[in-house]
Design a protein around this ligand. Structure first.
Ligand SMILES: Cc1cc2nc3c(=O)[nH]c(=O)nc-3n(C[C@H](O)[C@H](O)[C@H](O)COP(=O)(O)OP(=O)(O)OC[C@H]3O[C@@H](n4cnc5c(N)ncnc54)[C@H](O)[C@@H]3O)c2cc1C
Ligand code: FES
Length: 365
């Protein structure tokens, strides 16, 4: 595939409103393996909601790479938008960003997206429960700041899991918020492997700790409770199960996955008997017909035709590749990023959808 973004074709001109160029203003080392990258405000200012993410598009070793990074800032509080990136062992982009991002460098991004968001109102009286692990604190930080500044009657309790004391991201910034909003922000750290004489929660996060966090703190029917979960899959699954068992409706639980562990049980798709399907993709109002060969996703087929389809994670999590199925049938092997309502309304994720019948038409807004 050619680098759609860097190619100056007529189609790219049509889609430039999906992309932005951001200039790095400052980088701040948060922990030994994590940095925050602040951007200058573009013109007009970046339009985003706390909890959304940017898709960073880089060319590394001659290949286009895209990754999603949540904004850690609040549009209500922070003058400059920022992302926070944790190095992954042998991770291509996370290490590139930590090693190579410097003030003055410009990068291409896709405009902010994502549904890990909430509404705010000065009259809301909510108790927000935040359960975060590692870099999962990033979108939650932006939401915490937005709640505290917009909803004087709401309060926030954060249960934040890190490995060691020095790997706590935003440790000082969280303490400053706790002081500034005394009585409205409670922070409980859990360290799985504390190095020093740690007085707080320690060891693996288990359902007892989550039950204690939830059952003891979240009492009182007058509070409109909401829970935001972001972190390693194990923590999010445990938190979700515990909250559901404690009687909270699933509508009150919001979660953001950064990564899905491969289950190891994936069965290679049997493509015998399948046929090449013509799929109509409507991209910004323009119709394109692509041939999808058996075993390929609709995104793969579109990119092979040099269609500038939006995408990021390519694993069914981020929803950057979301489209609406207007006719025909597809099968998705991963739809974790879509809500039940989106699925009912006919939205699909092109990165995981394969045709299973004729007359497929998909609109990508
Ligand atoms: C909606 C969304 C928001 C995100 N926000 C953030 C954020 O705010 N901060 C942040 O640091 N990251 C965030 N991520 C994760 C990020 O997009 C990348 O997946 C991550 O930086 C790894 O990219 P890489 O190129 O370094 O690793 P790769 O080179 O892609 O992968 C290296 C190895 O690590 C595994 N792997 C990939 N991603 C993960 C992961 N997240 N956890 C565990 N193992 C993984 C791969 O299977 C591979 O074996 C987000 C992801 C999504 C979908
Ligand atoms: S590209 Fe992320 S869900 Fe499809």
């Amino acid at each position: 595939m050619l680098f759609n973004l860097f190619k100056k074709t007529k189609e790219d001109q049509v889609r430039t409103n999906n992309y932005l160029t951001l200039r790095i203003r400052e980088t701040v080392v948060e922990t030994p393996d994590t940095i925050t990258v602040y951007f200058d405000q573009p013109e007009p200012f970046l339009d985003y909601k706390a909890g959304q993410f940017l898709t960073v598009i880089l060319e590394i070793d001659g290949k286009e790479e895209r990754r999603s990074y949540s904004l850690c800032t609040s549009p209500y509080v922070d003058p400059f938008p920022a992302i926070t990136v944790k190095r992954l062992k042998e991770g291509l982009v996370s290490n590139y960003i930590n090693d190579r991002f410097r003030p003055g460098k410009t990068i291409s991004v896709m405009k902010p997206m994502g549904n890990f968001i909430t509404d705010y109102h000065s009259k809301n009286k909510r108790h927000y429960g935040m359960i975060a692990g590692g870099s999962g604190i990033t979108p939650i930080m932006g939401i915490i700041k937005s709640v505290l500044v917009n909803e004087p009657e709401s309060k926030v309790s954060l249960l934040y899991c890190s490995r060691t004391e020095d790997l706590i991201i935003f440790g000082k910034a969280l303490e400053n918020l706790r002081e500034k909003y005394a009585g409205r922000l409670e922070i409980i750290h859990n360290l799985s492997q504390p190095k020093g004489d740690w007085k707080g929660l320690k060891g693996r996060l288990d359902s007892k700790k989550i039950e204690a966090f939830v059952n003891v703190k979240f009492i009182g029917p007058e509070w409109d409770n909401r829970f935001f979960l972001c972190g390693p899959q194990g923590i999010m699954d445990l938190a979700r199960e515990t909250l559901l068992a404690a009687g909270y409706e699933k509508e009150r639980l919001y979660s953001e996955s950064f990564y899905l562990e491969p289950s190891g049980n994936e069965i290679p798709e049997d493509t015998n008997g399948q046929v090449v399907r013509s799929v109509t993709i409507i991209l910004d109002g323009q119709e394109h017909i692509v041939e999808v060969i058996p075993g390929k996703t609709i995104l793969e087929a579109g990119l092979a035709e040099d269609l500038d389809m939006p995408y990021s994670c390519q694993s069914g999590l981020c929803t950057a590749c979301r489209g609406k199925l207007l006719s025909g049938e597809v099968k998705m092997n991963e739809d974790a990023g879509l809500s039940e309502n989106e699925i009912k309304e006919g939205y699909i994720l092109c990165c995981s959808a394969r045709p299973t019948g004729p007359n497929i038409r998909i609109n990508i807004e």
